[in-house]
Ligand binder design. Structure first.
Ligand code: NG6
Ligand code: CA
Length: 502
């Protein structure tokens, strides 16, 4: 079965598209930008209460759109979140969707629909700029030749990517199917098993490092920073960390510019504020909480550049801009960059417990902004939604209908996304290394899934309505709730899908 068979397009925005998109929106489909930040927590932006790192551009976006207070990434780390966002399938269902090394094979099946392919088939020009981290090739990728399958095979017309993360080799950009700026006389080799080539590693030569490591990250030194894994060659193609935000933002802006006359979909996945945090000199020292917060300032600048590009091209009114993050915050993620010492009163997860890697709310409850001036009325929404819902919601927005076996956990949350309804999901699975269930005010964390140093080993039930910080386990007092939610979670796990068949 081909991807085409999965998505049956409705007739020109007519009856098949559903009542919520009748009329103006169906006639005038918006451009769509999904800006996915890296490791930004619920408390990291001004519009979510931060004061020590100013985010005027993202605050502006919040003020003209809907600011969500209970929106989620599907997981508490990057790869599984991105897998779910792309495919509309909970990552916990699929083995091999944990944090990937930089030489991993592509984990998205090109035969299945993705957010990108759904929009591509709806006539959108589709672009992917920034962090990928979903694998490339089918194993044993040759970085000196054609690199496929990758973004181009899962629905993107154009791609300019950081293959994995800023702290993983290879430290080069891949544009479409080639390493950008590669000199064929200086081929790239990559290994995650052993040292390759003659360049020093962080383990051998800590004296050469401009940023010391706190954990791992002791492979090849590139630009004075040692990485996870080993590489040699490709000198002319290597990125300069200090310039990465400008480079990616420039590519994103030129994609918008080139495609301004068509409806376009841009997936813009920033490197900020993942480690290594090496903001450009323009941003160093511009916050009151160290390099991590300076990187937030840089991230905000990236958002500002995109908004300015839309303004300049007169596209602001009919562009749906979504801003969110891939997982909760972390302060020391393997480099000693001074962020722990500089944090002060800044609370990266706001009032939430936990952060990156954690099954508590801080792991997956994300800043989430949706702006579309022509359609969305500004406001705040506490609807429970997830990034896994983008596939079905965008299909609905552009007049398509997902086939029953496509995107099995993606729900059409368009009315909530557009701020037209407060009705979010009935329930949501949260995922770190284990899974947890949200339903109404309740959050159930099965015993063996509880994780993080401070997590209890017994089953936990929290009533988030009065206890957003998950401080009081009320499982013993609510055996009925525990029973019902445990059964529902088991059912979601076993049935392989959570989107009801219609
Ligand atoms: C961890 C890395 C961390 C980060 C993370 C993935 C070490 C000690 N830690 O293994 O630095 O790269 O993986 O982050 O190596 S994510 O945002 O892409 O999920
Ligand atoms: Ca991340």
């Amino acid at each position: 079965m081909t991807r085409r068979d999965f998505v049956r397009m409705g007739a020109a925005g007519g009856a098949c598209a559903g009542p919520m998109i009748a009329g103006a929106a169906a006639a005038q489909r918006p451009n769509i930008i999904v800006m996915l930040a890296d490791d930004i927590g619920y408390g990291d932006l001004g519009c979510y209460g931060a004061t020590r790192a100013k985010t005027p551009n993202l605050d502006r976006l919040a003020a003209r759109g809907v600011r969500f207070t209970d929106a989620h990434s599907s997981s508490a780390t990057c790869t599984p979140t991105r897998y779910s966002l792309m495919t509309g399938e909970y990552a916990f269902r699929k083995k091999g969707t944990g944090v990937l090394p930089g030489d991993a094979a592509l984990i998205v099946d090109p035969a299945r629909p993705t957010v990108a392919s759904i929009l591509q088939q709806a006539g959108y020009a589709t672009g992917c700029v920034g962090k990928w981290h979903l694998g490339l090739g089918s194993g044993n990728v040759d970085w000196n030749g054609e690199i496929a399958p990758g973004p181009r095979e899962v629905g993107f017309d154009y791609s300019f990517i950081v293959p994995a993360t800023g702290d993983r080799v290879p430290c080069v950009y891949v544009e479409n199917r080639r390493v950008a700026g590669l000199d064929p006389k200086d081929p790239i080799q990559v290994s995650y098993k052993e040292k390759i080539g003659n360049e020093p590693t962080g383990r051998e030569r800590p004296d050469l490092l401009k940023m010391k490591l706190s954990q791992g990250h002791d492979g090849t030194i590139v630009n004075g920073i040692s990485r996870i894994g080993f590489m040699s060659g490709g000198k002319s193609a290597r990125w300069v960390d200090e310039d990465m935000a400008q480079t990616l933002t420039g590519k994103a802006a030129s994609f918008i510019e080139k495609n301004r006359a068509k409806p376009f979909f841009l997936y813009f996945a920033t490197h900020d504020i993942h480690v290594p945090r090496v903001p450009n000199d323009k941003f160093r020292g511009t916050s009151q909480c160290g390099l991590r917060c300076d990187a937030i300032r840089q991230l905000d600048w990236c958002a500002g550049q995109l908004l300015a590009t839309l303004e300049r091209l007169k596209l602001t009114g009919n562009t749906l801009v979504i801003f969110t993050s891939d997982n909760g915050p972390v302060v020391d993620d393997g480099y000693n960059d001074g962020s722990v010492e500089a944090l002060g009163s800044h609370k990266p997860a706001g009032p939430l417990r936990g952060g990156k890697y954690s099954i508590y709310e801080g792991g997956t409850r994300m800043p989430f902004l949706a702006s579309w001036p022509a359609r969305i009325k500004p406001g705040v929404s506490d609807a429970l939604i997830s990034q896994v819902d983008l596939a079905a919601s965008f299909a609905s927005l552009t007049g398509g209908k997902l086939a029953d076996d496509a995107s099995p956990d993606s729900l059409n949350m368009l009315p909530a996304l557009l701020g037209e309804s407060r009705q979010g999901r009935d329930h949501l699975v949260e995922h770190a290394q284990g899974i947890a269930l949200r339903k109404g005010p309740w959050k159930l964390i099965p015993a063996r899934e509880a994780q993080g140093k401070k997590a209890a080993s017994s089953l936990e039930l929290f009533n988030l309505a009065g206890d957003i910080g998950e401080t009081k386990n009320v499982a013993a007092a609510n055996p009925e709730v525990v029973r019902e939610m445990s059964a529902l979670l088991e059912n979601i796990r076993k049935s392989g899908r959570s989107r009801p068949l219609v």
